[in-house]
Design a binder for this molecule. Structure first.
Ligand code: SF4
Length: 65
């Protein structure tokens, strides 16, 4: 699948008010990667799940001292 088509349905893409993809928030911004995407997701709960995992990690890290 072409990258633009892949990004158009991916929850990790930042979109403008018109819904058009502006940039990738994960592959390029967080991981600094370009080229073929390995991070596509159409999971509507992706960002909530990620936030929960980060909070859990930080809680465990803090309690481990
Ligand atoms: S993760 Fe991949 S498919 Fe999703 S927006 Fe970024 S480049 Fe596109």
């Amino acid at each position: 699948m072409p990258a633009e088509q892949l990004c158009s349905s991916c929850v990790k893409a930042k979109r403008g008010k018109n819904g058009k993809v502006q940039e990738c928030l994960v592959l390029k911004n967080l991981l600094g990667k370009t080229g073929r995407c390995f991070a596509y997701s159409n999971d509507p709960d992706f960002w909530d799940n990620l936030r929960q995992q980060v909070e859990l990690y930080n809680t465990r890290k803090a309690s481990a001292g």
